[in-house]
Design a protein around this ligand. Structure first.
Ligand SMILES: NC(=O)c1ccc[n+]([C@@H]2O[C@H](COP(=O)([O-])OP(=O)(O)OC[C@H]3O[C@@H](n4cnc5c(N)ncnc54)[C@H](OP(=O)(O)O)[C@@H]3O)[C@@H](O)[C@H]2O)c1
Length: 294
């Protein structure tokens, strides 16, 4: 019999992941803080809930897609939160990009409750989520991970198992985001340099597309080239959250990650210029301003 699932957090990523779980045939109960976002899922066959507690009642597995450490912890520990309704023996898969420490804390909270936490952050933008082609890093109890294979397969084209310590999956996600944000920042520098030098930017775009093969990076190369930052795939304010997680991890591990400081400073400037809800590749606008480009 199919596992009964609950899904909490129907944002850009969550709504797409939840839709794929429905498509794969799992009975699904959903909750989102802004209730209107539940309707398309309810229309697709999910059951709507009034709280995380109600959503997880009877669920074998709950999947969450929340924003940050605070929201991930609150939704688990609130009076009407996940732990208030989750049965013993159930599993929680956390797909949000949170700090490694947050993954450890969530794992401890579940262990005390008698349930199991799997860290399962995802790589890929909302279009990859809609296509069921995310990549996911998973870490936690091996048996629980084995029980969730069909669930991962419903939204991820590739699943990488990082072992039994949940925090490792989130450290790995920070590795990917560090590389990604450094490359997008680099693209912006190159376009601004190209424009100042008088190079045909289409040529730079072609060169970048041949160097950076993954579809998401090609999309970024074009977004930066065309300065088309709306609608956002990943909001700039969420990018700022991620670079802060990277800087925190850099301090904890005593490994300098110098590009992160550059990216953080430019994202801060972009927020100060009112760009927090644009796609985070709008970091390029700050590079342009610094170069005196209009
Ligand atoms: N977008 C991407 O390209 C991408 C790619 C990989 C990973 N991620 C990660 O995936 C996660 C979700 O990102 P997203 O782009 O889908 O963001 P989003 O569209 O802003 O969605 C965020 C979700 O979290 C909920 N939420 C936020 N704060 C909350 C709180 N305090 N209590 C309850 N619910 C709360 C929101 O509810 P409301 O609807 O009520 O606001 C919404 O459902 C983040 O951790 C992000 O870093 C994003």
């Amino acid at each position: 019999m199919a596992q009964r699932l609950a899904f909490i957090g129907l944002g850009r990523m969550g709504a797409a992941i939840a839709r794929n779980l429905l498509k794969a045939g799992f009975p699904l109960s959903v909750y989102n803080r802004t209730a209107a976002k539940m309707q398309p899922l309810i229309d697709g066959g999910a059951t709507g809930a009034r709280s995380p507690r109600e959503a997880v009642a009877g669920a074998d597995v709950v999947v969450t897609s929340l924003m940050d450490d605070q929201s991930a912890l609150d939704v688990v520990t609130d009076d009407d939160g996940i732990l208030a309704g989750l049965k013993r023996g159930a599993i929680h898969i956390g797909t949000s990009t949170v700090s490694p420490d947050c993954a450890t804390r969530l794992s401890e909270l579940h262990a005390t409750h008698g349930s199991t936490y799997i860290a399962g952050p995802v790589v890929g933008r909302p279009d990859a989520a809609a296509a069921g082609q995310l990549q996911t890093f998973v870490a936690g109890d091996a048996q629980a991970i084995a029980r969730c294979e069909r669930i991962f397969a419903a939204y991820a084209g590739a699943t990488f198992n990082l072992g039994t310590e949940p925090r490792l999956a989130n450290s790995m996600k920070l590795v990917v985001n560090y590389v990604l944000m450094s490359l997008v920042e680099l693209m912006g520098q190159v376009y601004a340099f190209g424009e100042r030098s008088g190079i045909d930017l289409q040529l730079i775009n072609m060169m970048l597309a041949s160097i950076v093969a993954p579809p998401a990076l090609k999309e970024y190369a074009t977004r930066v080239r065309t300065r088309d930052f709306e609608p956002p795939g990943f909001e700039l304010i969420a990018g700022l959250k991620d670079v802060q997680l990277i800087l925190q991890a850099s301090t904890e591990t005593r490994v300098a990650l110098p590009y992160a400081s550059t990216v953080r400073d430019k994202l801060l400037a972009a927020v100060a210029h009112g760009m927090e809800h644009k796609d985070w590749s709008a970091i390029y606008e700050i590079t342009r301003m610094m170069a005196g480009l209009k």
